[in-house]
Design a binder for this molecule. Structure first.
Ligand SMILES: Nc1ncnc2c1ncn2[C@@H]1O[C@H](COP(=O)(O)OP(=O)(O)OP(=O)(O)O)[C@@H](O)[C@H]1O
Length: 316
């Protein structure tokens, strides 16, 4: 809680103001402005190298921004971590060799100012049957579940997870997301990085699309899905497309159009209307194809549009 001139306001769980991080010439995070409200479940989605892990490191105070400010619950990230308000599950590390899972969880609970009952931690992470196993002997998916248990070993307000389901099989993934939802229902703020749009779609209230260190989209999962509702229309004309360019660009429903030689490629929000208008304009399409844009393709479409407009400043 932040007290402002006698008025109580709830500080955002995470606040990034104009945050950039450079590694030499490379700008891994580029002018990120972001607020996560307490209780939100947020997916940070982006291809390899988009800057997801760097962003999570910055907000956990593990590295310092080149520019900008980072606050957790209105204060220094390291203070929030010291007081046990944050549980994190990063991509690697965090597991000591030569100890059992039970000992590892015991240690995580001992280190936490407000530990949760051991049985709850084991159940929530689905690792009751692994307690006597040595951490060196775990499969990739089992190790991920143990890391998750360590992140939720105490009463935390914010959980940060970097690609938590890497190495898990389908069944473990499903069980993992059930326990994740349980955490969200307890009122915790959850931020997770993922490559998978389906995970973002199933679990998150809010989806952030990061590409080349910039925020390309900040929308609800439903809004991102609506972009996936776009359809692709492709056809050829019997003469060079330039001759009909004005009519093509004026077609209704068009979100994106590519004209090359005799070929026209369109992404449309209303394919029926677009196709009807193509004929109504007197155009004669040949080999007309209409196909849906999958979830993965919608995400690619967002990042691709940004690449095309590079330097032109795309609003989030
Ligand atoms: N310590 C570092 N030194 C130099 N470059 C780095 C460092 N850490 C990250 N980078 C670079 O910054 C960019 C962003 O990396 P980051 O790991 O944040 O991406 P990511 O979105 O998490 O990718 P992935 O999905 O592959 O984990 C990449 O080009 C990466 O090579």
């Amino acid at each position: 809680m932040t007290i402002t001139a006698g008025k109580q306001t709830t500080a955002p769980a995470v606040a990034l103001g104009g945050v950039s991080k450079s590694f030499g010439e490379l700008r891994a995070v580029d002018g990120l402005d972001l607020e996560l409200r307490q209780g939100e479940t947020v997916a940070l989605l982006g291809p390899n190298g988009a800057g997801k892990s760097t962003t999570l490191d910055l907000l956990l105070g593990l590295s310092r921004p080149t520019e900008g400010t980072v606050a957790l619950f209105g204060g220094d990230p390291r203070e929030a971590i010291r007081s046990g308000r944050v549980g994190a599950m990063l991509q690697s590390g965090g597991l000591m060799p030569d100890v059992t899972v039970g000992e590892m969880i015991g240690l995580a609970r001992d280190l936490h100012p407000r530990p949760l009952p051991r049985a709850d931690v084991l159940r929530r992470a689905g690792i009751e049957d692994l307690v006597d196993k040595n951490v060196d002997k775990l499969s990739g998916g089992q190790a991920q579940r143990v890391r998750f248990a360590m992140a939720i070993a105490g009463e935390v307000d914010l959980i940060v997870l970097d690609e938590p389901t890497t190495g898990m099989d389908v069944d473990s993934r499903q069980r993992f997301w059930v326990s994740m939802r349980e955490q969200a229902e307890l009122g915790r703020t959850v931020l997770f990085a993922t490559h998978y749009l389906e995970e973002a779609d199933n679990v998150a209230d809010r989806v952030l699309v990061l590409h080349r260190g910039r925020l390309l989209a900040d929308a609800s999962a439903a809004q991102i899905k609506a972009r996936a509702g776009l359809r692709r229309i492709a056809f050829d004309l019997d003469r060079a497309v330039e001759e009909d360019e004005a009519a093509l660009r004026a077609l209704p429903g068009v979100a994106h159009i590519e004209l090359s030689g005799h070929t026209v490629r369109i992404r449309s929000g209303d394919a029926d209307e677009t196709v009807a208008a193509i004929y109504a304009a007197g155009l004669r399409p040949r080999g007309l194809e209409v196909a849906g844009l999958g979830l993965e393709q919608a995400f690619l479409a967002i990042t691709q549009q940004a690449d095309e407009a590079e330097g032109k400043g795309i609003p989030a």
